[in-house]
Design a protein around this ligand. Structure first.
Ligand code: PXG
Length: 291
């Protein structure tokens, strides 16, 4: 496997960064997870825009231009001979001293691109649906740390994930400080009720996922399913007709039980199935070609 590290493609075993990098010491850095379908990078422009916005928000200057990043990304995919892939794009704060102050990070930030393959969940979850639980770990308040900064510090989400796994579920619903449903640890959440698609609004404190945006567009423009971005309570999730999660890594995964409440008839719903089909078609046919 070839990894892009600061302008060069190096072997996996050689892809190393300093223990003084603040990305390692403090999680001071940012990332994107991007998928390649059928030789096309899905929503590349949107991912790069979000990366640049994360950088702006933490006052990190990405040492290369967007166009160069795009070229580096494609070069890394080609070097690994991948036609379908999961890309991890990372920009760290760079090497500093043991203090927090990023002004002491002298080197330019490191840019790392990993092109690999990932299957988030077993095939069974996609066919039969998964069971999820609500956990007590609340999503960090957005007035402390914006969920839209995709930072290298994911402890909030990891703690929630660990709680879910401890109770035998693969994913967790996280609530905001007010107790409303926000998102899962690495996915956005949707429900369907009486033919309408609902998802927590960005103002509730969720990351505005790129898969979430794609699903909203498909529902509105292709399926004719009305979409409402709302404040969502657990009651509304428990009593939904359908539920599913969206994320670059997980893609679209149906949910058939939440906190032991069976959703709908306990099978992936019709609108969910339709959106999965449309998403697959969109992912295969749109996106930036790598060749
Ligand atoms: N919410 C959170 C908190 C995320 O981290 C999403 C929603 C979905 O966004 P996109 O843009 O991908 O549709 C994410 C993205 C994992 C993992 O292992 C998940 C993400 C990133 C890295 C790892 O589950 N999530």
């Amino acid at each position: 496997m070839k990894i892009f590290l600061d302008g060069k493609l190096v072997e996996k075993g050689e892809a190393k960064i300093s223990v003084f990098d603040h990305g390692f010491l403090y999680g001071d850095g940012i990332f994107e997870g991007i998928r390649v379908y059928n030789g096309r990078v899905f929503r590349l422009k949107e991912h790069l825009e979000r990366l640049w916005s994360s950088a702006k928000a933490i006052n990190l200057e990405i040492p290369i231009h967007k166009k160069e990043m795009e070229k580096a990304l494609i070069k890394t995919i080609l070097a690994n001979k991948l036609n379908d892939a999961y890309i991890r794009l990372i920009v760290t704060r760079g090497c500093g001293d043991l203090g927090l102050d990023p002004r002491n990070c002298t080197k330019p930030p490191s840019v790392i691109i990993i092109a690999d393959q990932i299957k988030m969940y077993p095939e069974e979850f996609y066919e039969k649906g998964m069971e999820i639980v609500t956990v007590s770990t609340r999503r960090i308040r957005q007035d402390s740390l914006s969920p839209n900064i995709k930072s290298l510090n994911y402890l909030n989400n990891i703690l929630a994930k660990m709680q879910a796994v401890r109770s035998g579920a693969a994913e967790a619903i996280m609530l905001n400080a007010e107790g409303y449903v926000v998102e899962c640890t690495g996915d956005n959440i949707f429900i369907v009720k009486n033919g309408i698609l609902y998802t927590p609004a960005g103002s509730e404190g969720a990351l505005i996922g790129i898969t979430r945006d794609a699903v909203i567009e498909l529902a509105k423009n292709k399926s004719g399913v009305p979409v409402k971005e709302v404040r969502l309570s657990l009651y509304e999730v428990y009593t939904a007709d359908e539920c599913f999660l969206t994320g670059t890594a997980a893609e679209i995964v149906p949910v058939v039980a939440v906190d032991s409440r069976i959703i709908g008839d306990g099978k992936p719903g019709k609108i969910t199935a339709k959106l999965i089909k449309e998403f697959k078609a969109l992912a295969r046919s749109s996106g930036t070609p790598i060749k």
